[in-house]
Design a protein around this ligand. Sequence first.
Ligand SMILES: [Zn+2]
Length: 370
Amino acid sequence: MVALYKVPKLSDFSPQALDRHVAELLAAVEAEAAAVKTSDTRKAFRDRWLARKGGILTQVNEWLRSAPKDIKPEVGRRVNQLKLEVEKRVEFKAQQVGKAAPESSIDISLPGIRRPIGAEHPITRTMEEIVQVFARLGYSLVEGPIVESDYYNFEALNFPLDHPARDTQDTLFLANQEGKPARERLLLRTHTSPVQIRTMEKVGPPLRILAAGKVHRNDPPDASHSPMFHQIEGLAVDSDITFGDLKGTLDHAMKALFGSQVKTSFRPSFFPFTEPSAEMFVSCFICGGTGRRGEEPCRPCKRTGWIEILGCGMVDPNVFEFVKQRGYDPEKISAFAFGMGVDRIAMLKFGLDDLQLFFQGDLRFLEQFK
Ligand SMILES: [Zn+2]
């Protein structure tokens, strides 16, 4: 049992007297700390020394209050130094007691704690596979911010001001930006296309890039929609890129991803930043393009034998106006772009019919992908 320390009232404020009082107090905190063995006594110890109301460090303030005016600064300095020293000792003790159980209670024959080894998420895996296919064709992966400005997300991609995608019905804008000019308003990017503009601002042609990552739309979650999903977009710029290059590249990529037997088909479509635009279908790799699985109709391709997999097209020359000074002269260069939803491709590859399974964090589901 340690005799409990009491803060003395000071009458002698000479340096020697102060040294003695400081040394006594520090010796006391150390002696009391040595007696603390359990988390209960640890708490009492901590309160006794550090409690704001009536704790020993609070009482020490009295030394400063009662000191003669001319040496107050010196006493103040010593008191502050002392407080730091005491806090250090109390916290150290708290950690020590909190950390280790008494040595005698360790049973080394017990099995250790097993940390479960995770598996790569099916979306990450699918994304990585697609990136690898294009990396072998010379595409490099680029990244950009998820919170974007209207300028990069819409304006520089040739979206007219009244385009429905710019409405809050479709796009998640950050709150309280009504006072800002439209092009400066911040939003969660609705596609990875802004990364293409940002890259072209920095790097001149020729260019072969892949932008991959999270995008957001104002869609309530259901089996085939989610307010957050994943996209991969590609862009190839050079002096003589043709629609034939686009078809050849994507046909090769789809065979690499889904097997050499798949066929591709391009059908006319519309996107604001490409002209002409197309939707690309692959022959259904689940039913082999027959639309049937035995007696049953094939659901993933809705019996058509074809699955829509991505949007693509030749980049509209208007888009290059925004990066013309970086060497993208629409008279001299041409480009194709494509974009695909990673989540949907992952669903097809793994045979899932509910998109939400990916995002619920249910280990029983995720463990299947080990
Ligand atoms: Zn099918």
